[in-house]
Design a protein around this ligand. Structure first.
Ligand code: SF4
Ligand code: SF4
Ligand code: SF4
Length: 450
């Protein structure tokens, strides 16, 4: 059972900025730093965490307490879930969310990710998958939340990302030109996914040459935050968007950082521009708080709710409708498969039945490659071969991908990168197993990791 503490920014964000400075190290003003912290009194210096860190952010001598360099850390939490001594903590918003739930004016919305519904049962003595989605919705409702499933927003991300990919095919492969394709001239292949904030931060800090290749689509959570405070506020819930308190419930500690990024206040910008809120309204983020699966379980416990014991009955609701494409987001290869199926359908006019796409699922291999032939309906059935790669656990693999790209920049058209091994199902915000996720230890031979 995981314990959460009152929110603490560990590293007070503003103190380290010079007068008028907008940056401190790699962080912009407003961005949360020190989301993951090693407790100096509990760390025995065993060095286990260093082999799970994708960015060599952890330093220290064997036998002496280790430390995290906040400028190298991408907030993925893999060190936390794999520390055998429970010496690593995560910044938690549990107390703030509990306070909001007691505020009668606040319209508090739970925005749960697909991987959380699978894992949260473990916190209540169940097995992964024991908890049905209806029970989870009922648990959030009992705790005082309204529900808005991230899967609903993940479908929008797929449409954005799939459309972007199609534009790249048109511009770079088919040579089409036009006003709507002009910006694509600055975004060549390979197309990289953007929904993993640890990977995006990794690229921003260590692989800036890849930034023009990364999709401009927001992650499902950010897409959902903006939609909730604009469209849903006006047409579904009919509430003042300023009263909405959006709580992302995720398997991911890097989402805590993502939610604090200054550009993710697009609902505020839209509402202001369209005069739907007064001019003097103070800026607010699209997502107000992020709870990991551990934090959400703690909230249920403090409210005396065991989601496993609740009813499985529930009516279908507007905000909880989604496709299977959204559901597979949480697994490695899922984002790629969903976006590619969408692009395939639009370009060819047919559903993708080619079983080759299935090889990108799962986490048995560090890097999975495949070639998907797409017949183009508007080009007399001309076939283009789309070369794809899925990177599992960006730790060492992203360096390998970058090396391959330097040697042959035409090698891939589409690359999915998820920081955590196997994708978000093994995220740093998931319940901590007694032995961590060490069965996925990078130094173990592959058969033992599968
Ligand atoms: S794994 Fe835990 S105990 Fe070992 S060095 Fe890292 S933080 Fe310290
Ligand atoms: S949170 Fe991730 S990047 Fe940061 S120190 Fe831990 S393993 Fe490394
Ligand atoms: S793989 Fe998923 S859980 Fe892990 S850092 Fe990326 S988004 Fe978060």
């Amino acid at each position: 059972m995981s314990k959460v503490s009152k929110i603490s920014t560990f590293e007070p964000a503003d103190e380290s900025y010079g007068l008028g400075a907008e940056f401190s190290g790699v962080h912009r003003r407003g961005e949360l730093r020190g989301i993951i912290k090693i407790n100096q009194n509990s760390c025995v210096g065993c060095d286990t965490c260093t082999s799970f860190c994708p960015t060599e952010a952890i330093g220290g001598t064997l036998g002496i307490a280790h430390r995290i360099d906040v400028n190298r850390c991408v907030n993925c939490g893999q060190c936390l879930v794999n520390c055998p001594f429970g010496a690593i903590s995560q910044m938690s918003f549990a107390d703030i969310v509990l306070e909001k739930l007691d505020d009668p004016k606040a319209f508090v919305v739970a925005h749960p990710s697909p991987s959380v519904r699978v894992s949260i049962a473990e916190e209540f003595g169940g097995k992964p998958g024991d908890l049905t989605i209806n029970r989870l919705y009922n648990a959030f409702e009992k705790a005082g939340f309204h529900n808005y499933d991230v899967n609903f927003a993940a479908d929008q991300t797929i449409l954005e990302e799939g459309t972007e990919f199609i534009k790249k095919v048109k511009y770079w492969i088919l040579g089409e030109r036009g006003e709507d394709l002009e910006h694509i001239a600055h975004h060549p292949f390979p197309h990289f996914t953007s929904c993993c904030p640890a990977w995006v931060k990794n690229a921003e800090t260590f692989h800036t040459n890849l930034l023009p290749h990364i999709s401009g689509a927001k992650s499902p959570i950010q897409m959902g935050g903006a939609l909730a405070k604009t469209w849903a506020a006006e047409f579904v819930w009919r509430v003042d968007p300023r009263d909405i308190f959006m709580v992302a419930v995720t398997p991911c500690t890097a989402k805590i950082f993502e939610a604090s990024r200054p550009e993710f206040n697009s609902a505020y910008e839209y509402l202001l521009e369209n005069r739907k809120i007064p001019n003097n309204t103070k800026s607010f983020q699209d997502i107000d708080a992020v709870l990991t699966a551990r934090d959400a379980a703690e909230i249920f416990r403090r409210k005396g709710i065991n989601p496993l014991l609740l009813s499985d009955e529930r009516q279908s609701e507007t905000m909880n409708v989604y496709t299977g494409a959204a559901t597979i987001f949480g697994n490695s290869g899922g984002v790629m498969e969903a976006a590619l199926r969408t692009a395939y359908f639009i370009l060819s006019g047919q559903e993708l039945s080619n079983p080759d796409i299935i090889v990108v699922r799962g986490h048995e291999k560090d890097i999975v490659e495949a070639t998907i032939p797409i017949p183009l309906k508007d080009y007399g059935g001309k076939i283009i071969d789309v070369k794809i790669a899925v990177v599992n656990g960006a730790s060492r693999n992203i360096k390998e991908i970058v090396k391959r790209l330097v040697n042959n920049e035409n090698r891939y058209h589409f690359v999915e990168v998820m920081n955590c091994p196997g994708g978000c199902v093994n995220g740093g915000g998931q319940p901590v197993r007694t032995m961590g996720t060490s069965w996925l230890h990078p130094l173990l031979p592959l058969p033992l990791r599968a």
